[in-house]
Design a protein around this ligand. Structure first.
Ligand code: NAD
Ligand code: AKB
Length: 335
């Protein structure tokens, strides 16, 4: 059985569709009830807080072998509610690692634990430095300025600690440990769902607003650069890492990306796709300050060499072959 937490979110809904297509038995957990079409693909759904003791007691009775732990408070919301973000992102992850270890011992086998981290773990000192350094590797600039970035970086280390600590104990090796694997995602673009609470959200928000014929005020400046990825590639990355042979993995947290693009270029591509698009740039200083500390691009060569990662959607394909047809279908447009 595979457990997906945060299953009703953007990644969760797409991941559940992909896992169900592979015939997996799925247990989905989210604070909110899942959309009906996602719930229908799961063997069981639980509506609960990831920090609830009752939930963990329930999970410990299930034959769970793999966990995709997606439940989190994203960056912009986390800056508004830092204590909530710490509780969900850090305490929720710690509780789930403890449950994973318990399950591993029960089943006398390692539990695979997939954790989506983020480019938010990086903290570039200034906008100038960000543009000067270009691609950032996994070991550079690990000085996040947000509670979200700090919580992601800490949970990567916590997962690594749990994996190593229990592996070191000889008796635990026989009775199971946690096989912890983390991905540092860039901003994601989904045609089927809309983001809430993140700071890379300006890109998908521009696309969805234009598709609905609504005006959009972009909260960063046109010359703001970030790495991005289409949702199908994000799901492929999670599934590829999940099935990669352990002996090939040299790290616990890997950068993955598809393309790096400015907000101005996204606005141009959106205007090509939806000629009536009304996009204005009205930067929000707080959100701009967050994005200015995130890298303009990341180096994902370790993922490419260790587990054959390569994105299928570059910037052009993302717009013409993924967003355009699927958004047209979603909003029943002619484009
Ligand atoms: P999302 O906000 O769409 O989904 C998160 C889900 O977690 C929501 O359905 C929410 O209801 C649930 N949740 C929140 N608090 C909870 C709690 N206390 N208990 C149980 N469930 C709770 O986010 P997403 O885009 O699907 O992201 C999933 C994961 O991927 C997150 O960990 C996020 O940090 C990470 N990530 C996302 C992106 C991105 O651009 N979407 C980029 C990097 C990393
Ligand atoms: C956010 O903006 O918080 C996320 C992320 C890049 O982690 N989309």
């Amino acid at each position: 059985m595979i457990l997906v937490t945060g299953a009703g979110g953007e990644i969760g809904q797409s991941l559940i569709a992909a896992l169900a297509e592979r015939g997996e038995e799925l247990l989905a957990v989210d604070l909110r009830p899942l959309p009906n079409d996602t719930a229908a693909l799961c063997a069981e759904t639980i509506t609960a807080d990831i920090c609830s003791a009752e939930l963990h007691a329930q999970l410990r009775r299930k034959p769970i072998r793999t966990i995709f732990h997606l439940a989190a408070i994203l960056s912009s919301q986390a800056e508004r509610e830092p204590e909530l973000a710490h509780r969900v992102n850090v305490e929720g992850t710690l509780l789930l690692l403890q449950t994973a270890h318990y399950l591993g011992k029960q089943h006398r086998a390692p539990v695979l634990f997939l954790f989506p981290s983020s480019i938010a773990v990086y903290g570039l000192p200034s906008r100038e430095e960000k543009l000067r350094v270009g691609k950032v590797s996994e070991e550079q600039f690990l000085t996040p300025m947000t509670i979200y970035g700090a919580s992601k970086l800490y949970c990567e280390l916590l997962g690594q600690y749990y994996a190593r600590y229990y592996r070191r104990l000889a008796d635990e090796v026989e009775s199971g440990w946690i096989d912890f694997r983390a991905l540092r995602f860039p901003g994601l673009l989904s045609a089927f769902t809309r983001p809430t609470g993140g700071t890379s959200d300006y890109a998908p928000e521009m696309v969805h607003a234009a598709a609905e014929g609504k005006p959009y005020d972009c909260f960063v400046t046109p010359d703001t650069w970030l790495p991005f990825m289409a949702m199908p590639d994000a799901i492929r990355a999670l599934l590829l890492l999940a099935t990669a042979p352990a002996e090939r993995l040299r790290r616990t947290a890997y950068n993955v990306t598809a393309f790096s693009v400015s907000a101005a270029t996204i606005a141009e591509l959106v205007a090509e796709l939806f000629p009536g698009a009304q996009i204005q740039f009205r930067p929000d200083p707080r959100r701009q300050a967050i994005v200015d500390t995130w890298p303009a691009d990341i180096d994902d060569s370790a993922a490419r060499s260790d587990w054959d990662w390569a994105p299928e959607y570059d910037l052009q394909r993302t717009f013409t072959e993924y967003l355009a047809p699927n958004i047209a279908r979603r909003y029943r447009l002619d484009c």
